[in-house]
Design a protein around this ligand. Structure first.
Ligand code: KG4
Ligand code: ZN
Length: 315
């Protein structure tokens, strides 16, 4: 079964064809990211205007790259939540019109669940049930995934998302937007430091909090003059270490509580090299299998939407 998926929840306009929920035949992503850089974050009006222009050519290209005509598509899938409303509306309106005009069924897909599903678009394939960690620019949550239709929330951030904290700390360090990849690269220049930042632990819960550590980095930078402070590489490293440690600790605790040995990680921050390394090492120690999507499918894309959408059509 070939599913054509659409994703327009933030600054990307994406379309993809996925066969049987597993094989990515095409994955087209166009972003208006560059236009948001000077503002330090996504401007919804700019994002949705660009999506109005991009959605049709991106859909055509997804079909071309898959080597299929619309007639060979069996069903459609679209992100319906969460996201910027103007952006979501572009994808949803396009997908609904296409569904109506072509008489093909359409399903709505939750973007957060799809981020975890991206782990199924690589090999080896995970098995369910599993614990899922979503770490994106807007969300940081832990789920128990019983099957593709049954996701139960275990914990979530009480304030900033992990990616948001990366972006804000990068802004404090003048590293530009988006900040996650920039901090990741900077931190790789450092092996260790005496500098420490602490993430709130929230003991006894599987919730997270990242606004405190972001403020700690800000105050730290304000207290010390450039040159007499720790170099920015060490600040980036110390911040990242602390965030990664709390993400790993809570994910492993969730696996222990739910008695599952499978952990799926998705969302933009799942591309973070320290998080991947740390979780892989910790998982080995505790006998847990940890799965990450390929880096390109960690970021927003429509393959994860088409992939999860497939399971809503099959019984
Ligand atoms: O999942 P995503 O593409 O969009 C949302 O649904 O939010 O995630 C974007 C977020 C941004 O905050 C970005 O800074 C972060 O993912 N990110 C990273 C890395 N690559 C992207 N954070 C840390 N390390 C990275 N390598
Ligand atoms: Zn996302």
């Amino acid at each position: 079964m070939n599913v054509l998926g659409f994703e327009t929840s933030c600054d990307e306009t994406a379309a993809s064809v996925v066969k049987d929920g597993r094989i990515v035949l095409s994955n087209i992503v166009v972003s208006s990211l560059k236009e948001h850089r000077r503002y330090g974050g996504v401007i919804p009006e700019i994002a949705s205007r660009r999506q109005m222009e991009f959605i049709h050519p991106v859909a055509v290209k997804a079909l071309q790259e898959a080597g299929l005509t619309l007639g060979r598509i069996d069903a459609l899938a679209v992100t319906n939540r969460p996201g910027l409303i103007g952006s979501l509306l572009v994808g949803i309106s396009f997908a609904r019109s296409l569904s109506f005009a072509s008489n093909k069924p359409l399903v709505d897909v939750d973007h957060i669940k799809a981020h975890m599903y991206a782990c199924f678009l690589a090999s080896p394939q995970p098995t369910l049930p599993a614990v899922g960690l979503v770490v994106s620019g807007g969300h940081t949550s832990l789920y128990f995934i019983k099957n593709f239709k049954d996701f139960r929330i275990l914990g979530e951030t009480l304030d900033d998302a992990a990616g948001e904290a990366f972006d804000k700390v990068a802004r404090i360090l003048n590293l530009g937007y988006p900040g996650g990849p920039a901090i990741d690269r900077m931190a790789q220049k450092v092996k260790k430091t005496t500098l420490r930042f602490t993430c709130a632990d929230l003991p006894g819960t599987l919730n997270f909090s990242f606004s405190g550590i972001k403020t700690a980095v800000l105050y730290h930078r304000q207290r010390y003059k450039e040159g007499k402070d720790y170099p920015p590489e060490e600040v980036a490293y110390a911040f990242q270490e602390s965030v990664v440690a709390v993400l790993a600790a809570k994910s492993l605790e969730a696996c222990r509580k739910l008695k599952t040995k499978t952990l799926l990680v998705g969302g933009g921050v799942a591309a973070n090299s320290a998080l991947r390394r740390h979780l892989q090492e910790a998982a080995r120690e505790y006998g847990i299998e940890v799965y990450f999507p390929p880096p390109a499918l960690c970021m927003d894309n429509a393959a994860m939407i088409a992939g999860l959408g497939f399971h809503y059509f099959s019984s």
